[in-house]
Design a protein around this ligand. Structure first.
Ligand SMILES: [Zn+2]
Length: 75
């Protein structure tokens, strides 16, 4: 992925910036990680970042990982 592309991309959740996550088999990033307040992870499919809030994974979660921790902030 070109650097400038990632530069203009923004997290749909918090509008924060994005950085490359762990590399995939093709050498490009397999995911993008939000550097903003939410810290969500977005998958990269065939080199195309999928920046959808529905596809966002909370920090610390991985494939087959633990379920999201119930938040105590909801009333
Ligand atoms: Zn974010």
């Amino acid at each position: 992925m070109q650097g400038w592309v990632r530069d203009v991309l923004r997290c749909p959740v918090c509008r924060g910036g994005l950085r490359d996550g762990s590399p995939g088999p093709d050498g490009g990033p397999a995911q993008l990680v939000c550097t903003g307040t939410c810290g969500s992870t977005y998958p990269v499919v065939d080199g195309i970042p999928v920046l959808l809030a529905d596809e966002a994974r909370p920090p610390g979660s991985g494939p087959g990982g633990a379920p999201p921790i119930p938040g105590g902030s909801e009333r």
